[in-house]
Design a protein around this ligand. Structure first.
Ligand code: BGC
Length: 261
């Protein structure tokens, strides 16, 4: 008898304030169980975070072969965190894939948080089936970026760290963290974002910009003040995008690994 074909993976989103997870139906991109959130421990050390990830994964009580995708707020090069800006420096140089695999004993894929969110938006959200070049920017403590062209993700673009023509790093000038810290008005913030978008548009000429992060809900307050050739639209999956994109990537990686065996 043909084995029943299941398309499920667990997605985990690691952030500075919370670690969230849910099992995802990859046909629809919807959660199949309640999302669980545990606060990120203050020291955010690799061991402490790995323990929480295990607690969340175990709570879903799914078979051992269900893969886990982990969205992480740093670049991920062949499973390793080369540098990290907005979470504990203890992560620098850590082989995150190995760490989580040892803890979870399941197939694991770790990827950058903005890449995970962007991948989800292209598959299930605001850029669904869009064949063009899409640049996703997540506006939070930092600025994350995902570049997707014809459905293919170019990982680890890290565009939040580009130096703007005025000589300052984009995320230190225009993240939503800076907006809050410096108590900027939406007009002032929009002017700063304008510089970021103008520069990125010059470099990549995308067909579409998608903005994510909590503040994308309020896009009507600042996006109309930004002038770009490509439209800027808000992410659709919002809070769930990192979880869904990580789950999808883990599922696809696991399938590829299975074929190689
Ligand atoms: C990190 C990126 C991350 C972004 C959003 C940046 O500081 O370098 O890897 O995607 O913050 O979390």
């Amino acid at each position: 008898m043909k084995k029943k074909f299941r398309r499920i993976a667990i997605g985990i989103d690691i952030g500075g304030s919370g670690i969230k997870g849910a099992p995802v139906d990859l046909k629809t991109g919807m959660f199949i169980d309640d999302r669980i959130r545990i606060a990120t421990p203050p020291d955010a050390s690799p061991d402490a975070i790995a323990d929480i990830v295990k607690e969340i994964v175990d709570s879903f009580d799914l078979p051992d072969d269900v893969p886990v995708g982990i969205s992480f707020p740093a670049p991920i090069l062949r499973g390793t965190v080369p540098t990290i800006a907005n979470l504990s420096q203890q992560w620098a140089g850590v082989h995150a894939n190995e760490l989580f695999f040892k803890k979870l004993k399941r197939p694991v894929t770790v990827l950058n948080d903005a890449d995970a969110a962007g991948y989800a938006e292209v598959h299930y959200g605001a850029a669904h089936a869009n064949p063009g070049t899409i640049l996703v920017l997540t506006l939070g403590t930092g600025i994350g970026s995902a570049l997707v062209s014809a459905g293919v993700l170019v990982p680890n673009t890290e565009l939040g760290h580009i130096i703007l023509p005025r000589g300052i790093e984009a995320e230190k000038y225009a993240s939503s963290g800076v907006f809050e810290r410096e108590d900027l008005s939406f007009e002032e913030w929009a002017q700063r974002l304008q510089e970021v978008f103008t520069y990125l548009e010059k470099l990549f000429s995308p067909n579409l910009f998608i903005i994510g992060g909590g503040i994308s809900k309020k896009y009507k307050k600042y996006v109309p003040m930004i002038d770009t050739n490509a439209p800027i639209i808000p992410a659709e999956l919002r809070n769930g995008a990192g979880i869904v994109g990580a789950a999808l990537m883990a599922y696809q990686d696991d399938k590829k690994a299975g074929k190689k065996k």
